[in-house]
Design a protein around this ligand. Structure first.
Ligand SMILES: N[C@@H](CCC(=O)N[C@@H](CS)C(=O)NCC(=O)O)C(=O)O
Length: 209
């Protein structure tokens, strides 16, 4: 039995999207981050920092969105969402680490200092630097990936889930994207599994209302 702990429009979408791509049966459990449920004693046993996503699969509990996507693909993918060839898999790992460190972090710094951190913790002066760092990482991505096809190899992988999700955040943050990456993002967003994942997360929230 798989349970995903989620909150709509957050990084838990990456895990829900992976679950939907794999056609797995799972329970989507809404965690009300706005009411402090994340920091409650019970949820801290699922995620020690009280964040989403977290996953429970039998005896295993797991946090960190990239690790969850990777686990699901490796365990249940049967060759999909993750290349079998070690060289290609190394490339996939390279991009996963790049996305969650180099690409996502400046974008997240931007979001944190605009709206996510408590008001008294925000330092608006870092925003232009964070935007500059994000554009630098985006330029690095583009030197290796022109937006044609998928990020690694010929098939759609969890690398595209993480990149597609991160680029959609970039758009919400009004960061300019080159046309080729806009088109790539549109192809990611058109995947039925992405819409299904969003729907599941919203339904889980509504069920708790
Ligand atoms: N590196 C973590 C980041 C998780 C994270 O920051 N999640 C946010 C939602 S996108 C969260 O739960 N925030 C609540 C909080 O900071 O208390 C991952 O990729 O899973």
């Amino acid at each position: 039995m798989i349970t995903l702990y989620s909150y709509p429009n957050s990084r838990s979408l990456r895990a829900a999207w992976t679950l939907e791509e794999l056609g797995l049966d799972y329970t989507c459990q809404y965690i009300d981050l706005t009411s402090g449920e994340g920091q409650g004693t019970e949820y801290l046993t699922r995620h020690p920092d009280g964040k989403v996503p977290a996953l429970k699969d039998g005896e295993l509990t797991l946090f960190e969105s990239a690790a969850i996507c990777r686990y699901l693909a490796e365990r249940y993918g049967q060759g999909s969402l993750m290349p079998g060839d070690p060289t290609q898999r190394a490339k996939l790992d390279q991009w996963l680490f790049f996305i969650v460190s180099e690409l996502e972090q400046p974008l997240w710094a931007l979001g944190k200092h605009k709206f996510a951190l408590p008001q008294e913790r925000r330092v608006p002066a870092v925003i232009p630097t964070a935007a500059w760092e994000f554009q630098r990482a985006l330029a690095a991505l583009q030197r290796e990936f022109d937006g044609e096809g998928w990020l690694v190899g010929e098939e759609f992988t969890i690398g595209d889930i993480l990149l597609g999700h991160t680029l959609s955040w970039a758009k919400s943050a009004k960061q300019p994207l080159p046309n080729a990456l806009e088109a790539y993002l549109q192809r990611c967003n058109e995947r039925p599994a992405r819409s299904a994942a969003q729907k599941r997360e919203q339904e889980a929230q509504e069920a708790e209302a």
